[in-house]
Design a protein around this ligand. Structure first.
Ligand code: IVH
Length: 678
């Protein structure tokens, strides 16, 4: 097939179909690999023929558009909220209010109430036009670029859809992805999201849609608004929208009376525990549009709908004490020790209190009777205090001022909620935490060591930092042992370093010397440098020495490296102790250079920093980068005063061009560039 326009069209159609099979029907007909190959082929074709890129191209799913400030959009139809209730009695009242106005039979539709972020999406002529958050109900933020990356939201519709309409739904973060995201955040020293709803709203407001594309956001649609809808009832329209490719829940029922509504509520109050995402109640809507119109709205919400909210399971118990835990990054987490209490199938003895602000806000005091809930959150939390039970001599909690482990004065930055222990090189849990991170599977994978063994090495003063691991030998390890007391339903445990154990540990430490550079970089434990960032840095800078030398400007010119990461890297490498550790690790034989560093063909571009922009005739993006490097130059993407020249292809971005001109950076064309290499 030689016609690229036609080929792009066909490939896009094919990919759309596979997307639909995978995300909506859950019945993929090709492997993930084959799918990725198709997408890659389309991306390549689009790059070569930007004039044929379709506005709804499936490549939009991988993101890339950056939004600095979200545009405010006025909703054509305001996005109201629903009145809430926690009791069936109030649903009975609602039904009576409705019947009083309608004076006829009323049919209700019961749906799940998804616990996420509301979104309003406009479609024009079958294409996704705009996606806007609820905001204050009157104006919302235009988050179109981010919403386009959500695979279950169609970019182009099929079937017999109205020419223009709005569809509303809830964007949510499924449990599995949420747990993974939080584990990753903790790995790089970022605070975890408190619940999937926060993770969804945080993700939806990110500036870089390429990051959003990597997160598994999902969306159920539950309301259609517009003038020319095919049916005159909610149930029929929403089911019809399935045919246009929207993800509409099957868990919708028509209920003719209170007892049917009650049954739906009770069934889902039990079954919600098995869902892969959070719901916080049931929404009950009058089905007929004619009746909805008759009922109208109050100032805040429609009279034709109500939300029944599930009660989070809640118990009360005594707050015995507050313990303070110190994490790998030095963050202090207050933890409530509770009188054990039964809650939603488990015995709860502890609850996180997050930080000093939360303690102040709740005004919890030692000896208080506190309410503990397990709602959407996975970890139980204290939601309030029974003030009637408060002891007369109770005092407000004074947050600790010094580290409970090393007694260093704690610090708290104004823009952060957590207190930190700054003694990162000498505070025992921070040292042990860094060692545990270093040996972990995704880092150096020294699997014969573990938490307990690290503690033994630490107690015996054999390790104080990660470089010390490479000084261990048979003599220093053999015979060490420790008995760990019983805790948390676990029995007493004895660990001893016998011959086999010792050999295994030394072998695993030795094998770790082959772990590639990008994983070593992750293992070192620089704040905000997780697995992905470490990979980006390793591939960009190739060697640790290049990375150490890089200044702030150079760091942030790398795609996906922002101010926070750059600052953290500079702070880390500014400390002589860290440089010393790296030198010792180097001497031990760890990998601090990327394998397959491109070979040098010439040094014609030596010392030159070059930006290639726009479409080139002889090179793809990867090829031009490689060519620059093969001739000793450095390829960067952002224009700064450090750039020696810009290699301009067709359609070079106007902002880049302007910036290059204002900095008086020479702009050369491809022919001239090829001449330079001759
Ligand atoms: S219908 C006029 N249906 O709950 C309001 N809302 O408190 C129309 N929600 O802002 C909303 N699941 O974000 C509707 N099945 C569902 C829902 C649902 C979750 C959210 C939505 C809304 C909030 C109302």
């Amino acid at each position: 097939m030689n016609n690229p326009k036609q080929k792009i069209k066909e490939l896009s159609e094919k990919i759309r179909k596979h997307n639909y099979n995978y995300y909506i029907l859950s019945q993929p007909t090709i492997s993930d690999y084959d799918f990725d190959m198709l997408l890659e082929e389309l991306q390549k074709l689009e790059k070569q023929n930007p004039e044929y890129v379709e506005p709804d191209s499936p490549t939009k799913r991988v993101g890339g558009d950056i939004t600095k400030d979200f545009k405010q959009v006025v909703h054509k139809y305001p996005m109201l909220s629903l009145s809430n209730t926690y009791s069936i009695g109030e649903i009975v009242d609602f039904d009576e209010r409705v019947k009083k106005i309608i004076n006829d039979e009323v049919e209700y539709v019961c749906e799940l109430k998804y616990d996420g972020v509301a979104i309003n999406i406009t479609y024009k002529n079958g294409l996704l036009f705009q996606a806007v958050t609820r905001g204050d109900g009157i104006h919302g933020d235009d988050v179109t670029a981010n919403v386009k990356t959500i695979r279950t939201i169609p970019l182009r519709l099929h079937g017999n859809y109205p020419v223009e309409f709005e569809i509303r739904g809830e964007i949510f973060y499924p449990h599995k992805g949420f747990e993974k995201l939080n584990a990753e955040r903790q790995e790089i020293g970022e605070l975890p999201f408190a619940n999937p709803r926060n993770a969804a709203s945080g993700t939806l407001k990110m500036q870089d849609s390429a990051i959003v594309a990597k997160r598994p956001l999902d969306c159920f649609l539950y309301n259609i608004v517009g003038e020319n809808l095919p049916f005159n009832s909610h149930y029929d329209n929403i089911n019809e929208a399935k045919k246009w490719d929207f993800k509409i829940s099957n868990n919708i029922a028509i209920c003719k009376n209170i007892s049917e509504i009650n049954e739906f509520i009770n069934d889902w109050d039990k079954a919600r525990k098995n869902l892969a995402f959070d719901i916080d109640g049931i929404v009950i809507k009058v089905n007929s549009y004619r009746q909805q119109e008759q009922l109208g709205f109050t100032a805040k919400s429609p009279r034709w709908a109500i939300a029944y909210k599930f009660k989070a399971e809640r118990v009360s118990t005594e707050l015995l004490s507050i313990a303070y835990q110190v994490g790998r990054t030095g963050a202090i987490t207050p933890v409530a020790n509770l009188k054990p209490v039964h809650l939603a199938g488990t015995t709860v003895k502890r609850a996180s209190l997050h930080n000093s602000d939360i303690i102040k806000e709740l005004d919890v005091r030692i000896g208080d009777t506190v309410y503990v809930e397990k709602g959407g959150e996975i970890i139980p939390k204290i939601v309030g205090v029974d003030l009637l039970e408060r002891k007369t001599d109770s005092k407000a909690v004074e947050f600790i001022s010094h580290c409970p482990e090393c007694n260093t004065l704690l610090i708290k930055k104004e823009d952060e909620a957590n207190h930190y222990c700054p003694n990162e090189d000498n505070c025992p849990p921070q040292i042990k935490g860094k060692l545990e991170h270093f040996i972990s599977r995704k880092a150096m994978n020294i699997d014969s060591l573990g938490e307990g063994k690290i503690e033994i090495l630490f107690d015996n003063k054999l390790v104080r930092n990660i470089a010390d691991l490479y000084d261990l030998n048979y003599k220093s390890l053999f015979g060490l042992e420790k008995i760990f007391p019983a805790e948390n339903e676990k029995n007493e445990k004895k660990i001893s370093f016998q011959k086999k154990t010792t050999e295994n540990i030394l072998n695993a430490i030795d094998a770790s010397k082959q772990v590639p550079f990008e994983r070593v970089l992750f293992a070192i434990g620089i704040r905000f440098v997780g697995g992905t960032v470490a990979k980006i840095l390793a591939f960009h800078f190739k060697t640790i020495d290049n990375l150490i030398k890089a200044d702030f400007e150079e760091l942030i010119s790398v795609d996906e490296i922002g101010d926070k990461i750059a600052e953290s890297l500079i702070n880390f490498f500014n400390k002589p102790e860290n440089i010393l550790i790296i030198e010792r690790l180097k001497a031990a034989g760890l990998q601090f250079e990327l394998e397959n560093i491109p070979k040098l063909i010439s040094s014609k571009l030596e010392g030159k920093t070059i930006v290639a922009s726009g479409r080139l005739t002889n090179f793809t993006r990867d090829e031009i980068k490689q060519t620059i490097e093969e001739h000793g130059g450095k390829a960067v993407s952002a224009i700064s005063s450090k750039v020696n020249f810009v290699l301009a292809g067709e359609n070079m971005g106007p902002t880049k061009l302007k910036k290059a001109q204002s900095l008086k950076i020479p702009i050369i064309e491809e022919d001239e560039f090829l001449e330079m290499l001759k």
